[in-house]
Design a protein around this ligand. Sequence first.
Ligand code: ADP
Ligand code: MG
Ligand code: ZN
Length: 478
Amino acid sequence: MTYEAVIGLEIHAQLQAGTKIFCGCSTVFGAPPNTHVCPVCLGFPGVLPVLNRSAVDLGIRAALALGCRINETSIFARKNYFYPDLPKGYQISQYEQPLASAGSVSFAMPDGPRRVGITRVHLEEDAGKSLHEGFPDSDRTTYVDFNRAGVPLIEIVTEPDLRSAADAAEFFSRLRAILVWLDVNDGNMDEGSLRCDANVSVRPAGTAALGTKAEVKNLNSFRFLQKALEFEIERQRALVGDGIRVVQETRLFDVSTGTTVSMRSKEEAHDYRYFPEPDLPPVRVSAERLAAVRERMIELPDARRQRFVAAFGLPEYDAAQLTQSRHSADFFEATVTAGAPAKTASNWIRGELARVLNDTGRSMADPPVSPTRLAELLRLVEAGTISGAIAKTVFEKMVVSADSAEAIVRRDGLTQIDDEGAIIALIADVLTRNTDAVAGYRAGKTATFGFLVGQVMKAAGGKANPKRVTELLKQALA
Ligand code: ADP
Ligand code: MG
Ligand code: ZN
């Protein structure tokens, strides 16, 4: 019998909402422990949470991008449990009535399309962090850092629609791209800004009933998600194949061994005793507010890719590459707006600019040449003032100075040689110096033509118009 895997993900994404969700404390990562705290996020008695408006708007923005329905009323609830990093003794989350429901995400895998249902998107606060390492007495003492307590999160819960570890990793990476694109999340998985719990079960292929699931907690990279799922699917297949039942439990992925290990079983599962948070009113999203969020919605990567093909005549491949990040898509559009031909701009951004970024360790967020400056360079090529080859030299110089393309061309005398007389003189000189090649060409060895073109270009310091050189060389050899 063959068994298929069934996977559903729960993803926590930190919202870039300026402050924590119920107080004005900073959410900046990496501050000294317990410096971004106040009576609200430390759970002092007698203080009241006040909801961060922009966290709600970012949650709505994300949910809209995931095709969800935004619920007119959603309710904060207390999720009660004891843990040292949770000073109030409960986490404020949304339970029965989440911010948004019933969306979906579609994407393509090499063997076909995929569609993953989004069950819900809800708002909640993060907990603090227990520090088990890094102190002289860490063998005896655990410290707690509350800087993360109260940081605004959305939790995105998918339907159990994924069927393989590779699909799950691809979905998670698409989701990250969307959230980062929308400025909802910073995408820093190493800092814990985005993390994923994976629920997985197996069942006989072709059957509909769900098997018993295990949940692998806190996966903070696409690769770890994929590895953890691959291991877990095989573990469950082996069990079920041997007629042993999978037990419902929470497991942890051990990065060093690539295996998952049991953390707690269902019997040890918490009873969270959820109840509505009495200190916060229900969240109401009016039609006007929803319209305002839609208004400020940033065009999504898929839509932008299609527009690049339709409006600029770009090949699908170019459009897909340019829309991998908003920075590169913006850079491309600004270059075209500044007067560069679209396809040339695309080639340069994906070619020369990408190479320079790679070599210098910079990113599209901080490019060494602005779109306006690149457009100016490409206009010089378009106008025939410089050749494409010379343009690359000019570009190198633009990267390390603030000079314009035109200034560099003028200063270094790089203007393309178009003048017929000048090119004919160069050709004549090359032909007298390469009598063997000329004789070879005339005897039918046409491959020497390319060699002669190369010699002329070299004599011209790369500046001769290659089209004119080809024409005039043919005439000279005729
Ligand atoms: P729980 O109550 O244990 O949190 P939920 O029904 O809330 O379970 O589902 C949590 C996540 O687990 C969702 O992403 C859901 O799609 C997924 N899931 C639920 N049942 C299964 C199953 N049998 N196999 C795989 N994934 C599942
Ligand atoms: Mg659940
Ligand atoms: Zn605070």
